[in-house]
Design a binder for this molecule. Structure first.
Ligand SMILES: NC(=O)c1ccc[n+]([C@@H]2O[C@H](COP(=O)([O-])OP(=O)(O)OC[C@H]3O[C@@H](n4cnc5c(N)ncnc54)[C@H](O)[C@@H]3O)[C@@H](O)[C@H]2O)c1
Length: 264
C-alpha cells in the first residue's frame, strides 16, 4: 500500500520537471493527483493511469478563476484536498539596470503571485477540513542572492516569506506550509539557462558549489515533497528546506580537495 493512500494532492507546473516528478511520485504512493500547467503535459499518462479521477487541467497560475475551478474540480471528484505543491515557475535573469518593468512583473506574477493564488485556491477547502499541507517550490536563490538574477531571486525570496506567513496564519487550524528550496536541478528550465554555450564555464563553477559534486534530479525534489505531503512531517511547518546537495552549506574553494577529499 502506498504511503499517500487516501490523500488528495494538487500540483501546479505538473507538465514538466519538478512538478511532473512530484505528481508521478504522489501517484506512485497511492495519492489522487490533480495537476495543472499552462501547457499540455506529454509525461502525464502514468499519473492519469494510476488512479481513476486523476486529472490534468490547462491553467495559467496567474488566473485566479481558473485555479479556483481546478480546486473545485478536485473537491467534486475526491471530496477534499490534503496537499498542494506549487511548482509552476519561470526563469528570469539580468541585473537591475537591464531588466524592463514588464520582465520584472512577468517573473513576479508567475513565481510569486502564482504561488499566492494557488495557495488561495485550496485554502477554503483546507480550512473547512482543518488540515492540509502547502508545499511551495522556492529555490536556494530565495535564501541568498545570486549574481545576475535579481528578478528571479526576489520572486523566490518572496515565496519563502509568503510560505512562512502561511504557516503562521493557518497553523492553529491544522494547516502546515513549507518551502522546498532546490539547488540546481536538471530540468528543461535548467537546460534553458545552464546549457547555453556561453554558460559552460559558469555551469562547472555552479556544479562545484553543490558539495555532492553534481546537480540534482527532479525525483530528489519529489522525495522531499513526498515527505512534506505525508504524515511523517506532521510536526514540520514554516520551514524553508534546502534540497540542494549542500549548495547553501558554505563556499567551497577547494581546500577539502587539497586535503585529499576530492572525487574518488
Ligand atoms: N530546475 C532548477 O534548477 C530549479 C531550482 C530551484 C527552483 N526551481 C523551481 O522549481 C519549479 C519547477 O521548475 P522546473 O525546473 O521543474 O522547470 P520546468 O520548466 O521543467 O517546469 C516549470 C513548469 O511550470 C510551467 N509554467 C510556467 N509558467 C506557468 C504559468 N503561468 N501557469 C502554469 N504553469 C506555468 C511550465 O509550463 C513548466 O511546465 C519552478 O518554480 C522553479 O523556479 C527550479
Amino acid at each position: 500500500m502506498g504511503r499517500l493512500e487516501g490523500k488528495v494532492t494538487v500540483v501546479t507546473g505538473a507538465a514538466s520537471g519538478i512538478g511532473l516528478a512530484c505528481a508521478t511520485r504522489f501517484a506512485e504512493e497511492g495519492a489522487a493527483v490533480v495537476g495543472c500547467d499552462i501547457t499540455e503535459s506529454s509525461g502525464w499518462e502514468p499519473v492519469a493511469a494510476a488512479a481513476k479521477g486523476n486529472q490534468f487541467h490547462v491553467v495559467d497560475v496567474r488566473d485566479e478563476d481558473a485555479l479556483k475551478a481546478m480546486a473545485a474540480a478536485a473537491v467534486a471528484e475526491f471530496g477534499r484536498i490534503d496537499a498542494i505543491v506549487t511548482a509552476a515557475g519561470t526563469a528570469g535573469g539580468g541585473p537591475v539596470h537591464l531588466i524592463s518593468l514588464e520582465e520584472w512583473q512577468r517573473v513576479q506574477d508567475i513565481n510569486l503571485t502564482g504561488t499566492f493564488l494557488s495557495a488561495k485556491a485550496v485554502l477554503p477547502t483546507m480550512m473547512e477540513q482543518g488540515s492540509g499541507s502547502i508545499i511551495t517550490i522556492a529555490s536556494v536563490e530565495g535564501l541568498e542572492g545570486g549574481e545576475g538574477a535579481s528578478t528571479y531571486n526576489a520572486s523566490k525570496g518572496g515565496v519563502v516569506i509568503l510560505t512562512k506567513n502561511l504557516a503562521l496564519d493557518y497553523g492553529r487550524i491544522g494547516i502546515r506550509a513549507n518551502a522546498i528550496c532546490p539547488g540546481f536541478i536538471e530540468t528543461p528550465m535548467f537546460d534553458s539557462v545552464l546549457n547555453l554555450d556561453a554558460m559552460a564555464e559558469r555551469r562547472e563553477q555552479i556544479r562545484y558549489q553543490h558539495k555532492l559534486g553534481r546537480f540534482g534530479k527532479p525525483e530528489e525534489i519529489a522525495g522531499a515533497a513526498f515527505f512534506l505531503a505525508s504524515d511523517d512531517s506532521s510536526f514540520v511547518t514554516g520551514v524553508a528546506l534546502p534540497v540542494d546537495g549542500g549548495f547553501t552549506a558554505g563556499h567551497a574553494v577547494g581546500i577539502a580537495e587539497m586535503m585529499g577529499l576530492g572525487p574518488r
